[in-house]
Design a protein around this ligand. Sequence first.
Ligand SMILES: [Cu+2]
Length: 227
Amino acid sequence: MKKFLLAALLIVLATPALAKEYTIKEISDPAGSKPYYFEPSTLTIQPGDTVTFVNAQNETHNVMFDSVPKQVTGMIMSPDQEKEGVKWSYTFTVPGSYHFHCHPHEALGMKGSLIVGQASKPDEIKSVDHDEMTEHAEGAHMDDHDHAATDLPEGKGKINSIDAEKHTINVTHQPIESLKWPGMTMDFPVAKDVALAEFKAGDTVTFKLKLTDDGQYTIVSLKSALK
Ligand SMILES: [Cu+2]
């Protein structure tokens, strides 16, 4: 009888737990204190589990894993998820610590982390370089003191609203190639020396962006443009 119980116990232990499915939502809440975030932004799962990232609004997000366990080969990266309800799933088999971000909204704090099974020690993880465009964007940050304003990333879009008090504008902008941003609607802080009084909602504008020390892209130049 004892032997039978032991055998039964061994079978239970040897059977892998059923793989589970988890969902992480990509949330846009431009009016909120956290404009863009993953919900949940941290999650612990087991090897073999699948995480599905779901776009919760009609705004482009993506998922890029920038730090993964060393044994992971290749890149873990979603395509652009442009519309509400668009899903992207990945099954995690390598145990350890993972960090990810949404590329368009990384500077605005849209980041998260996953632990698969057990957290990695610091020397068991590696950083992942996504592509030269990402490097380019980071390069622009590193060099921005040495470069003329003409080298700053430039965008074009329509002003939706202006908050004179906070000195921010909400803009629906076209894709910004140098930052690898898709077209998005987002709030930007505007540098104090840029006058907002001459602009109004509905204006089409071109603008230049500078990544400030707090990790935000700030508009440092704003001009009216033809539609
Ligand atoms: Cu995003």
